[in-house]
Ligand binder design. Sequence first.
Ligand code: PMP
Length: 306
Amino acid sequence: MVLSKYVWKNGKIIDGRNAKTNIFCQGLHYGMGVFEGIRFYDTEERGPAIFRLDKHLERFDYSQRKAYMILRYSPEVLTDAIKELIKKSGLREGYIRPIAWYGEERLGLRLGEKTDVAIAVFSWNKRLEHEQIRAKISKYLRIDPRSTHVEAKISGHYVNSILALRDALDSGFDEAILLDWMGMVAEGSAENIFMVTNGNIYTPSKGSILDGVTRQTILVLARDYGYRVEETLITPEALFKSDEVFLCGTAMEVLLVVEIQRESMGQITPWTSKSDKVTTQFANLYAEVVRGKHPEYSRWLTYVYE
Ligand code: PMP
């Protein structure tokens, strides 16, 4: 079994079984890679469409620049590559993983010049089978914006997310919520967070978070649907006074959080959701928008066969 039957690597489509890398490369040893996670969905009339591809490729460029990479392929070339791979995969819905990394045989911290770029396409269902999740406020803080470029999707950053998620799973939760260096709510391990209080919608402002494409999408939808929306600093106390919390990201889409626990100085503070109304509305709306059921948002779709 191979994750992606075909892989695009440095301009060529190859058998997924032959998609390999040098083991003495800076990508592997120091986490010097950058990647994206993109989804495509089946639409009723025009076949599979990639959701917000331009935004993802823009962030892929941004991440590469922050990792001092020389951009080898333009968004146009990557778009053609992705479309070609989806066609070859025969999938109608699935996940796209572009990655660029320092793949040359080279150790030490002085970066090489050359990067490798690869793209895989495969089917990936949502991580959690049940859509209501229990989260733990993590003891691990989200990486500090003074230490790295937190808005770049750099492979090495994910050590932070993996530790937080693993700790939450080991304590019997489904997900971690990370606080930032100020003790403010930042995000989930690979999702942004929203809360609903008195019918208004709040999400942490940029600064310590990865500014997710799904987050940006929800912000537009929420404003279009008449909500008062604020990007702001959110204290854990404010989160614990909210009526509703949801997480969102490309892989997970929109997920209701029903329970949160925080352990601080030996004391456990629990929170349970009072409602699921706004989350359900956005989960359903999002599922329709990505499948082309709302022509007013068709600008977000790139049709594979057109
Ligand atoms: N935060 C982190 C740390 C992530 O890894 C992701 C997934 N890319 C997100 C938020 C959500 O981003 P997006 O909506 O672009 O998938």
